[in-house]
Design a protein around this ligand. Structure first.
Ligand SMILES: [Zn+2]
Length: 310
């Protein structure tokens, strides 16, 4: 391998890649980038998966143009799915009027649904003009939620640190992110939606995520290994969704296009998935719910030293 490859360092566990790490090339699951292939590699120490090579902010901004998720609209389905996500978090004991921050809120659909439930919810997103509100990051919250955010940033540990610091003492931090442990890099096309290149920069293996929480003194309250979008309601499960994406052009854009009728969705296997797909959903999207105790919070910055003069 070339010199750059010999210097692969895991952004999660800090280990230098030894020998030839497991690698794969995968096409993007975004229609606009469909012909483009991207390389990913897996840290043999913590099993996290990383996008190979750095991308500049300008390149990333170009990739995010016309990002399909920005086309998401509120609907009965999103309201139902967000209800499932919130119940997973609230199960640890959260007041019905808790102050909640949805960090990386995208188009703000979850925020709107949480407000509708009576929660004091706000959303922050550095990439959505309506939610670029840095003042929100000066406050502390009963609950901080970051769903599908950690995997998008260049420094996931720094983001974890920042999210923990946004919790009030004893507050709850919920991190939902794909689990690299479930992804088989020998079959990259099967996992193109989880790998979601080039947008997912680092996918943590679940043990690495839990270890990162423990290292910060966070108490793990609950861990859900499967997506909240995998439901018992017919057709609302991930295997059925993936089958539907494949029946069109196997891009994530399909999920945001007007619904299409495809013959393949009436096959016996598809109908079985419509009803029972939730039962065969892999443990590929984890949600970790942590308590951030007071002792784990960073101390406020010390006052500047008094100048000795001139
Ligand atoms: Zn690692």
């Amino acid at each position: 391998m070339n010199e750059a490859a010999s210097k692969l360092v895991c952004a999660v566990c800090g280990q230098l890649a030894q020998g030839a790490p497991e690698r794969a090339r995968v096409v993007s699951n975004v229609r606009r980038l469909g012909a483009e292939e991207f390389e990913v590699w897996r840290c043999s120490a913590c099993r996290s998966i990383h996008a190979a090579g750095a991308v500049s902010d300008a390149e990333l901004a170009a990739y995010y143009q016309d990002y399909p998720f920005a086309r998401g609209k509120r609907s009965r389905v999103t309201r139902y799915l967000h209800g499932r996500l919130w119940r997973r978090v609230a199960r640890v004991g959260i007041s019905g009027h808790a102050k909640v921050l949805d960090y990386g809120c995208g188009a703000g659909l979850l925020v709107a649904d949480l407000c509708e439930r009576g929660l004091d919810a706000a959303g922050y997103d550095a990439y959505t003009p309506a939610f670029q509100r840095p003042a929100l990051l000066q406050q502390r919250y009963d609950v901080v939620l970051a769903q599908d955010v950690l995997e998008h940033v260049e420094d996931p540990l720094a983001l974890l640190e920042r999210l923990g610091a946004l919790c009030r003492p004893g507050g709850v931090l919920a991190i939902g992110t794909p689990d690299a442990s479930a992804i088989d890099l020998a079959r990259p096309s099967r996992w193109k939606h989880s790998l979601h290149q080039p947008f997912h920069r680092h996918l943590l293996a679940s043990p690495a995520l839990l270890a990162a929480g423990a290292a910060r003194g966070w108490q793990l309250l609950r861990y859900y290994p499967r997506s909240y979008a995998n439901t018992p309601v017919p057709t609302l499960n991930l295997p059925y969704l993936l089958r539907y994406l494949r029946a069109v052009d196997d891009t994530i854009d399909v999920a945001f296009d007007p619904p299409a009728v495809r013959l393949a969705m009436f096959s016996p296997a598809a109908l079985w998935d419509a009803l029972f797909g939730a039962l065969r959903c892999p443990a590929s999207d984890g949600l970790a719910v942590f308590r951030v105790p007071e002792a784990a919070l960073p101390k406020p910055p010390a006052p500047p030293p008094v100048s000795a003069g001139g």
